[in-house]
Design a protein around this ligand. Structure first.
Ligand code: ADP
Ligand code: MG
Length: 384
């Protein structure tokens, strides 16, 4: 059964009625631009064909009921739970958070019953949380006839995750889940929140992106993330700029010489060069030269490994094995310390590259990786 059918079947089973409609929102992968978001920089995500679907129908009063296939659980909440942040905990908090954020923004949110099914793996760095938020938001906006344009939706979903759930995320995940277009990557300026749809038609070029879950155990992700963020903020203050986004690539060595230690210099060099790589990638994609972005992906990985120090052996092994097997480019994607690797491959070469990574893992005694081949899909949409 497709994920959309599973959402409808779940809805029938839980509520003994058909849904009024179904809304889907995708997971995402970031093509390039890592740890640039909180430095007011650039990112270039695209939507995955893996989606979360919310089947929904109105329900009387200010009451909401949500079921997820994932847990088999049904959670109810009412107005009292969405007048303050954090009152619904666990997975349903992402749903209550959307209701809360809409109400905070002055919208009259319709009572609703929802059934959620998803193909986005959880906690793999493919942003199942934003997919859930975006699917629920799209459903509530349509059911209530709310006047909330797509441009304004990412900010609202981000508020739900930051303030209601309490997870500090940037604007990328929600922007991708809501605003991506099929066959395009989303060039997002994290300072202005301006987006531009950049042609990224892998199918037409006979290419694909192989997404490999490194299956590396999580290692102190939150603490390391906070440390990187802290280094960047301190460096920006030392360099007297609002954010590292404002450090020009020209004369970078002279700028770095003004910093007190080698570690800080490396952190800054990653962010500044990574922003430049995003812009260079966009230029190549605009010129329809997808094949040419491979070296930028590789340079991004090297920078994350050597300067930003956020990769782990499993991830480095996957990148090396993919390149050795003929991938045009490969890099870790996501915050680091595990998560996924993406490789740009000839479409008919995808299995060869995936098998090479699996073999390299076996030789090193790592837990076997999992993989999927993707091309850029659409953002949140109503299905029926
Ligand atoms: P990621 O977004 O990288 O997948 P997060 O930790 O940000 O990881 O979000 C994962 C959380 O989102 C899950 O622990 C769960 O609470 C919630 N979630 C995502 N998808 C679903 C779903 N289909 N059903 C229930 N909860 C979900
Ligand atoms: Mg998330």
């Amino acid at each position: 059964m497709t994920v959309a059918d599973r959402a409808a079947a779940g809805f029938h089973q839980v509520y003994a009625q058909p849904p009024a409609g179904r809304w889907a929102a995708p997971g995402r992968v970031n093509l390039i631009g890592e740890h640039t978001d909180y430095n007011d920089g650039f990112v270039l995500p695209f939507a995955l064909p893996l989606r979360t679907v919310a089947a929904a129908a109105p329900q009387p009063g200010e009451t909401w009921t949500v079921w997820s296939e994932l847990t088999g659980e049904t959670v109810d909440f009412g107005a009292a739970e969405v007048t303050g942040a954090g009152r619904v905990t666990g997975w349903a908090g992402y749903v209550a958070g959307i209701v809360w954020a809409l109400r905070e923004a002055g919208y009259q949110v319709p009572g609703a019953r929802l059934a959620i099914a998803s193909d986005v793996p959880l906690g793999a760095g493919l942003s199942s949380s934003a997919a859930l938020e975006a699917a629920v938001l799209a459903a509530l906006v349509d059911l209530g006839g709310l006047d909330l344009p797509a441009e304004a939706q990412p900010r609202l979903a981000q508020r739900a995750e930051n303030h209601y759930v309490g997870a500090p995320t940037g604007i990328m995940d929600q922007s991708a889940a809501i605003r991506c277009r099929a066959g395009h990557a989303l060039f997002l300026d994290c300072r202005t929140e301006q987006v531009e749809h950049i042609p990224f038609d892998l199918n037409a070029a006979g290419l694909a992106i192989l997404v490999i879950d490194s299956n590396a155990p999580h290692r102190h992700v939150d603490g390391e993330y906070a440390a990187r963020r802290n280094s960047c903020e301190k460096a920006a203050a030392l360099l007297d700029v609002p954010a590292l986004r404002d450090v020009p690539t020209d004369g970078l060595d002279d700028t770095l010489a003004r910093l007190p230690d080698d570690e800080t210099r490396r952190r800054v060099r990653h962010v500044v060069t990574e922003n430049q790589r995003v812009c260079d990638t966009v230029e190549l994609l605009r010129a329809r030269q997808i094949q040419q972005i491979g070296p930028l992906l590789v340079a991004s990985h090297t920078s994350m490994r050597d300067d930003f120090a956020i990769t782990v052996p499993e991830v480095d092994t996957a990148v090396e094995a993919a390149l050795a097997a003929g991938a045009l480019g490969a890099r870790m994607t996501g915050g680091g310390f595990g998560g996924c690797v993406l490789a740009l491959v000839e479409a008919d070469h995808s299995d060869t590259v995936a098998n090479a990574v699996t073999d390299a893992y076996a030789r090193r005694g790592f837990t076997a990786p999992t993989h999927t081949t993707v091309t850029p899909a659409t953002g949140a949409t109503r299905l029926d």
